[in-house]
Design a protein around this ligand. Structure first.
Ligand SMILES: Cc1cc2nc3c(=O)[nH]c(=O)nc-3n(C[C@H](O)[C@H](O)[C@H](O)COP(=O)(O)O)c2cc1C
Length: 237
């Protein structure tokens, strides 16, 4: 099983978010199994992420013209089974570095490119403004196709390291139960978006490149998004 973690903070020394991410990695290895490979981005090898310049050609099937590490990171993300999006709260929003990455993959939302993958959100703040960030991270993951199983919120003002450890352990135990019970809960909004896109492509009213993807991936022939998600999943049967 492969775990992909994207952290939206540049700060490394003494970072509460980095501490939380390293704890979650440890608990995943301990609770879900040693065979798991965990990669965290950005990192020393893949760290250059430029701002989207708005050309929007990715929506028409073209490889991004920006010369940075995003295409390599996207391949790792596509090849994962569990995706973790972790952001600090900056002025009641995700950090700029996190948003820069989301802008670069947002075209995937038109064909649920992360279908079959589990999504986990981590929102870290001092004390306030986390609600919008938590919601944003979860809805972004859902629009990309993930099944969001865990939404973790931690506050530096009240959560000491032992509390972080116990919250994270509880969340990964919950995740293990979900996997063991083979329990997929697809959000109504995901089903609604799936039907809307499907109608659009059946009427050939959308972007032709995306219609081809809908046909080639099997999205078009799936009755529900849940059916498609199950077909794509390497975790759930
Ligand atoms: C630019 C900036 C804006 C911030 N805005 C908020 C905020 O709106 N609410 C809040 O509770 N904490 C805010 N914080 C605190 C961070 O969310 C908190 O320090 C961080 O998530 C802890 O993780 P770190 O040690 O990894 O940076 C802000 C911090 C910075 C640097």
């Amino acid at each position: 099983m492969k775990v992909f973690i994207y952290t939206g903070n540049v700060k490394r020394e003494g970072s509460f978010l980095q501490y939380t991410v390293s704890q979650i990695s440890q608990e995943i290895l301990q609770i879900l199994g040693e065979e798991i490979a965990i990669s965290t981005y950005p990192n020393g090898k893949y760290g250059k992420i430029d701002y989207c310049d708005g050309c929007a050609l990715c929506f028409y099937g073209e490889v991004c013209h920006l010369d940075d590490d995003v295409e390599a990171i996207k391949k790792e993300l596509e090849n994962s089974d569990i995706v973790i999006f972790a952001s600090p709260v900056y002025s009641h929003a995700v950090s700029g570095s996190f948003k820069s990455f989301i802008d670069r993959i947002t075209h995937w939302a038109h064909y649920f490119n992360l279908a079959g993958k589990i999504g986990i959100t981590i929102t870290v703040c001092n004390s306030n403004g986390y609600e919008d960030v938590q919601k944003y991270l979860a809805s972004t993951m859902m629009s990309l196709g993930c099944y969001v199983t865990n939404e973790i919120v931690l506050k530096t003002a009240i959560h000491s390291k032992p509390i972080v450890n116990s919250v994270v352990r509880g969340e990964i135990r919950k995740l293990k139960r979900i996997i063991d019970q083979n329990k997929i809960l697809i959000d109504d909004l995901q089903e609604e978006a799936f039907q809307n896109y499907k109608d659009l492509h059946l009427a050939s009213a959308g972007i032709p490149f995306e219609k081809v993807i809908w046909i080639e991936t099997g999205l078009m022939e799936s009755k529900t998004y849940k059916d498609y998600f199950k077909k794509k999943s390497r975790i759930f049967k």
